[in-house]
Design a protein around this ligand. Structure first.
Ligand code: CTP
Length: 219
């Protein structure tokens, strides 16, 4: 196994976040965490010192990886910021964009005569953008973009808006690739019109190819 990342510190986020509504309910999303865990696993095999901040997933910790488990977007934010500095941040987590304004300490009950429930949501902090703007900004910041339509256009917008170095876009909601699958296809975009299609392939294979791009940029 090549040691292309020997001595490099990589910080990877993976999985969904769960935003609690009351003691028995939450808002979540369909991320399995497989892509982020594959990246952490392959990076450790290639000699990197890897910290993996994981949302709620049912996946084993890859060999040699330091794992920090979190539940909510706010906890993921704190764990990621607390793990800086590093050489590269790879934000593969599907962080909730919104969280309930207030957590109800007791289970919400149905109200007789009312057929609707209004939940007020507030924006979460954008971990990726804040890592990219941080005083301890890693040399390389990589984001993910899960899109259902116009993948390249939206992903290029994300690259510029969040000031990251690479965005890995994938199409979700179609066929055998995406969130819960073992396979995926990524379109990796960078500044200056850089564009590289990876896959379709197994997520471990995609992780290996993505980490080649990361290693080249850290060299
Ligand atoms: N992300 C993050 N913190 C958030 C939201 C997203 O770090 N609170 C990161 C994800 O880890 C991923 C990328 O941002 O790397 C995905 O962004 P996404 O939520 O799809 O992008 P938005 O800019 O919020 O755009 P939109 O919701 O319009 O798709």
């Amino acid at each position: 196994m090549s040691a292309a990342l020997a001595g490099r510190r990589l910080l990877v986020s993976a999985g969904p976040t769960f935003e609690d509504i009351d003691p028995v309910r939450y808002l979540g999303n369909r991320s399995s965490g497989k892509m982020g865990f594959a990246i952490a696993s392959v990076a450790a095999e290639r000699g990197a010192e890897v910290t993996l901040v994981a949302g709620p997933v049912h996946l084993a910790t890859p060999a040699g990886v330091h794992r920090i488990d979190v539940r909510s977007a706010a906890q993921m934010f704190d764990a990621v910021m607390g793990a800086l500095p590093c050489d590269a941040y790879i934000g593969a987590a599907a962080v909730a964009d919104f969280t309930p304004r207030a957590f109800a300490g007791s289970k919400l009950k149905k109200v007789a005569g009312t057929d609707t429930l209004t939940l007020e949501l507030v924006k979460t902090r954008d971990i990726l953008a804040e890592v990219a703007a941080h005083a301890l900004r890693p040399a390389l910041v990589v984001g993910f973009a899960a899109e259902t339509d116009d993948v390249a256009t939206y992903a290029r917008g994300k690259l510029e808006r969040k000031r990251v170095d690479l965005v890995c876009a994938n199409r979700v909601g179609v066929g055998a690739t995406g969130f819960e699958s073992d396979d995926n296809a990524l379109l990796v975009l960078g500044p200056g019109g850089f564009e590289r299609a990876l896959g379709p392939a197994a997520k471990t294979e995609l992780a290996a190819r993505l980490l080649e791009l990361v290693a080249e940029r850290l060299a």
